[in-house]
Design a protein around this ligand. Structure first.
Ligand code: ATP
Ligand code: MG
Length: 230
């Protein structure tokens, strides 16, 4: 009885402005077939986060429409929208509470087994088990402190558990040590499988695993191709 989105995202002549005197996205058109992984790159202020926020419906277009499987986001039930489209931003990787609580945010009624399975899937189980209180470790307490790479893995476990049709990820800019970088990269591959993904990519390794790379400048796509094309 729950609506199950396939994950086809379309921008049809979308114009967007935060303030009426300054258009950020002018008549933006983009079709993202279900299941495609897109890496979004471009200089600061190009409109990447704005594009991501329109898909997650933090904002509505000034003109035109953004659709999911042909349905205008404005016509979707908020519950269906939240289930279908999940945005992982670098600011919101962790909230106060235990590691388990943080993963369970993806699915409030998740069982301990489901939480653990999500962590296993993204390769986070091992380090979590090594924390002072394992899954019950308070992420804000001393000793519960986790590295940047580990925080990202926890947020990936959360997104994996949520299992959205569309995942939007604003990749962390903070540099990771080499082992974490590998872990995060492997986790990302698992996380992207069988869903549509739009990643604001800061790592070359992420661009390399995308099906398609979009280069944005001043609210427009100036290049659209495979990683090999660019
Ligand atoms: P970065 O790589 O620095 O994250 P970006 O490509 O994500 O940049 P956006 O954050 O989408 O760029 O910003 C695009 C433009 O919109 C910028 O000129 C920015 O100043 C402006 N902007 C972003 N958020 C707002 C806001 N809430 N209100 C007004 N203007 C905004
Ligand atoms: Mg941004």
């Amino acid at each position: 009885d729950l609506w199950q989105a396939k994950g086809h995202v379309n921008f049809d002549d979308v114009t967007f402005a935060y303030k009426s005197d300054r258009v950020i996205l002018p008549e933006f058109t983009l079709d993202v077939p279900a299941g495609q992984t897109i890496a979004l790159v471009g200089s600061t202020g190009a409109g990447k986060s704005t594009l991501a926020k329109l898909i997650a419906r933090f904002y509505d277009p000034t003109k035109g429409s953004v659709t999911l499987d042909g349905v205008d986001l404005r016509d979707l039930h908020p519950k269906d929208l939240r289930r279908a489209i999940v945005m992982v931003t670098q600011e919101a990787y962790l909230f106060s509470g235990t590691v388990a609580d943080n993963i369970a945010l993806g699915k409030p009624d998740a069982t301990d087994d489901e939480i653990r399975a999500a962590a296993v899937a993204v390769g986070a189980d091992e380090f979590i088990q090594g924390l002072p209180d394992g899954y019950e470790t308070d992420v804000n307490k001393r000793g519960g402190r986790v590295s940047a790479g580990q925080r990202q893995l926890i947020s990936f476990a959360r997104a994996f558990l949520a299992n959205p049709a569309v995942l939007i990820l604003d990749e962390a800019t903070s540099s990771l040590d080499i082992p974490s970088e590998r872990l995060v990269q492997d986790a990302l591959l698992t996380l992207l499988k069988d869903r549509t993904a739009l990643i604001i990519a800061h790592r070359l390794s992420t661009v390399a695993i995308a099906d398609r790379v979009l280069v944005m400048e001043h609210g427009k796509v100036v290049e659209d191709g495979t990683p090999a094309d660019l």
